[in-house]
Structures are given as structure tokens and as C-alpha cells.
Ligand binder design. Structure first.
Ligand code: SF4
Ligand code: SF4
Length: 156
């Protein structure tokens, strides 16, 4: 990838842990906790350092909003991410869903499950639209409306 293209790509790993902490006004301890619990999956270098992308930064800001403004705790946010219908966003066929733990799990986000369907076995979750959803920090209702008819969009 050309350098300017990589810089424009929001999924490119750019920021070390301490810079990510400064950009999001979040403690290093809290960021490590988010990683341990699978709320964010920063890029890991061969020397085991984490690098955060702009997408990761947006995810952290979304997590902070749910903690500080909506009153959720970490377990609640994790469960919220687990409710996202990844098979619609990715998308993937029903045959894959039926072999995938993410289709039924209500506590683990799809990128965290152990047994994935063929669509996602080799996929890079960090660049996937499902992982990137919190860039917009939408609520689930707004997300579902993009997949289902509503009184407004069903007549179009
Ligand atoms: S294979 Fe599993 S994780 Fe991937 S989109 Fe389908 S249900 Fe989700
Ligand atoms: S690629 Fe990863 S984040 Fe995307 S749907 Fe599959 S498991 Fe989820």
C-alpha cells in the first residue's frame, strides 16, 4: 500500500498505547482492560507492542460514551457488541451461521468466538465492517433499521 493510501486508511495501525490513551483521555490501565476483554483488537507488532488505528480510537470513544453518558458497564458493552447481527453486516450465508458460535453467542463479540463459520475463519476482523461499526457509534435500533422495513422506508 502506498504511504499516502495507508495514512488515509482508518484501519492502518498508527498510534502506540500512550498516544491512544491521550487521544481518548482514557487511562493506559483501562485501554489494557478493553483489549483483555476483547472490546478492541489493536494490531500487535512482532515485538508484542500494540498499535491503534483511527478505527480503534473511534471504538474507544464510543465505549467511553456508553460508560460515561449511557451508564453501561464493561460487561454490558461487551454484551451489546455481541448482539450485532454480524451475518447481515458482513454478510455471510445461513450455512456459515449454523456452524459459527457467533450466531448464538450473546456474551462474546463475533471476533472473540472460538469456532467461526468459513466466511470468517481467515478474515481480518480489524478491517471488517462489523468491527468498524462503532466508528459511527450507532445504537442497535438505528442499525437494525438499515436491514428491516420501517414505516418510513417500506413505502419507498
Ligand atoms: S461466519 Fe460467524 S462470525 Fe462470520 S459473519 Fe457469519 S455468523 Fe458472523
Ligand atoms: S471478520 Fe471478524 S469482525 Fe467481521 S464478521 Fe467475521 S468474526 Fe466478525
Amino acid at each position: 500500500m502506498a504511504p499516502e493510501t495507508a495514512l488515509n486508511d482508518p484501519t492502518t495501525p498508527l498510534f502506540p498505547l500512550r498516544v491512544a490513551a491521550e487521544l481518548t483521555k482514557t487511562s493506559v490501565y483501562a485501554l489494557r482492560q478493553y483489549v483483555d476483554l476483547g472490546l478492541i483488537i489493536p494490531f500487535r507488532t512482532p515485538t508484542n507492542r500494540y498499535l491503534y488505528s483511527k478505527t480503534d480510537i473511534q471504538r474507544i470513544l464510543c465505549i467511553r460514551r456508553h460508560l460515561d453518558e449511557y451508564g453501561l458497564n464493561i460487561a454490558g458493552i461487551r454484551a451489546l457488541f455481541a448482539q450485532v447481527p454480524c451475518w447481515l453486516v458482513k454478510p455471510c450465508p445461513i450455512e456459515d451461521c449454523l456452524t459459527c458460535d457467533a450466531y448464538t453467542s450473546v456474551i462474546e463479540p463475533c471476533w472473540q468466538v472460538t469456532v467461526k463459520g468459513p466466511t470468517c475463519q481467515q478474515a481480518d476482523c480489524r478491517t471488517c465492517n462489523v468491527y468498524r461499526l462503532p466508528e459511527k457509534c450507532q445504537d442497535l435500533k438505528t442499525l437494525f433499521k438499515t436491514f428491516t422495513p420501517t414505516p418510513n422506508n417500506s413505502q419507498e
